[in-house]
Design a protein around this ligand. Structure first.
Ligand SMILES: Cc1cc2nc3c(=O)[nH]c(=O)nc-3n(C[C@H](O)[C@H](O)[C@H](O)COP(=O)(O)OP(=O)(O)OC[C@H]3O[C@@H](n4cnc5c(N)ncnc54)[C@H](O)[C@@H]3O)c2cc1C
Length: 393
């Protein structure tokens, strides 16, 4: 039977980083993944350019039942550390917006870099290999692999990611292993995911599919100002994906489709200055044309702006600055970028990622109940948690 110091399950962002660090410290490392290629989510991330970190990364950019858990790892392995690695490989990158760093070229450059680092660190990679069974054997672990081989290790690192995009091989494997060893799992749900409308709203807003605009999207006290997109199912775009991590079924969200503009004042001024203009034409100074038309029709503002009462203007302005509604659901794990919830951080050591009650068992990356905002934060968590475990195993 083969014996390794460390077996990492999952050749994603977190697993590869952990393998590199553990290998550099002279440990024998095997990374096992059931996919045919490593880092598939890195490959498709950021529209193929991988938003690999965010220079403004701070604990406040993460959701977790224990918001303090991520502090140690994020402090020890920072965006600067990852940027230094990327620079060492001469991978050109740029800040797109809000501190988000993307490759100028392809996300494949990041995967190639990680594979080279793994190679240099002596870590082995076995793809197309599922783990059928994990058992505790003495001080270590024994794994039955789908190849028929059994391997033993002193430390087992679970880096199998969350449930999002099952088509790409995402499974609930990590949560099952946690439960098997008595480690808690916080309820999971799709996050960074488009939200959907109920049928009637969908029919009404069908003409808007494809329209994008700048918006402030708010849930309770949490608000994001980024792009928003009408889709044929509901709403998407960065601001909606961000708020989806906070939204729960039955909750309202509020959208300002003309941030920083007082729609009521604009409409009233237009009624005085240009009374003969169609209300929808005036609304189109605040909103994209198609949205302006639908909102004007909805609020019964079909004629000239002069014909609109204060009450109608009030309704139009509210639709622009404070459109409030209840999404019916989300598009689910099929399109979600990440999984909220996961392995309970109360059961993990925040410095090493080791399960407190199960020596030698580690959880890193998205499988853990630490979920970042959109914008490179999730990869930074994967690097930082993988790095921290890599120092400890
Ligand atoms: C479309 C999309 C775009 C994204 N873009 C960005 C972005 O630009 N920036 C950002 O920060 N985040 C982005 N994310 C989120 C980011 O990809 C994840 O947070 C990150 O990949 C998590 O890393 P991980 O290593 O924990 O898990 P993963 O990268 O998901 O890796 C898990 C690995 O485990 C393997 N695995 C799963 N189950 C098993 C099993 N039973 N046996 C063996 N192997 C198994 C999988 O095949 C996979 O290779 C995006 C996500 C998606 C879906």
């Amino acid at each position: 039977m083969e014996q390794f110091d460390i077996v990492v399950i999952g050749a994603g962002a977190a697993g590869m980083m952990c393998a590199i660090e553990a290998g550099k410290r002279g440990r024998s490392v095997l990374v096992v993944d059931h996919a045919k290629a490593p880092g598939e989510k890195i490959r498709i991330s950021g529209g193929g350019r991988c938003n690999f970190t965010n220079i403004h990364t701070a604990p406040a950019n993460f959701l977790s039942a224990n918001p303090k858990f991520c502090v140690s790892a994020l402090r020890r392995y920072t965006p600067k550390d990852f940027i230094a690695l990327v620079d060492r490989y001469g991978i050109a990158h740029h800040e797109k917006t809000l501190g988000q760093l993307f490759c100028d070229g392809s996300a494949m450059q990041i995967i190639t870099m990680l594979l080279s680092e793994m190679d240099a660190a002596g870590a082995k990679l076995r793809l197309d290999t599922a783990v059928d069974r994990v058992t505790r054997e003495g001080e270590g672990y024994e794994l039955a692999l789908s190849s028929g081989a059994n391997v033993r290790c002193s430390s087992l690192v679970i880096a199998s990611g969350g449930k999002s995009i099952p088509k790409m091989g995402a499974t609930g494997f990590g949560y099952d292993i946690a439960r098997q060893f008595g480690v808690g799992v916080v309820e999971t749900r799709p996050a960074l995911v488009p939200l959907t409308f109920e049928v009637k709203t969908l029919e009404r807003l069908a003409p808007l599919s494809g329209v994008a605009l700048d918006a402030v999207v708010q849930h309770g006290k949490t608000r994001f100002r980024e792009g928003m997109l009408f889709t044929h199912r509901g709403l998407s775009g960065p601001s909606i994906l961000q708020i989806s991590s906070y939204w729960r079924e039955g909750d309202e969200i509020r959208i300002d489709m003309a941030p920083g503009v007082d729609a009521l004042a604009t409409l009233k001024a237009a009624r005085t200055a240009t009374p003969r203009r169609a209300a929808s034409t005036v609304m189109a100074t605040l909103l994209p044309q198609r949205v302006a038309q639908v909102v004007s029709d909805d609020e019964g503002a079909q004629g000239n702006i002069a014909d609109c009462s204060d009450k109608v203007l009030g309704r139009l302005a509210a639709a622009v600055n404070a459109w409030t509604f209840k999404p019916v659901g989300s598009e689910g794990y099929r399109t979600a970028e990440v999984t909220l919830g996961g392995v309970d951080t109360n059961d993990l050591d925040s410095r090493t990622m080791q399960a407190k009650a199960v020596p030698g068992l580690y959880f890193i990356g998205e499988v853990v109940d630490v979920t970042g905002w959109l914008g490179g934060f999730n990869f930074q968590w994967a690097w930082a948690s993988g790095w921290s475990a890599g120092q400890a195993v």
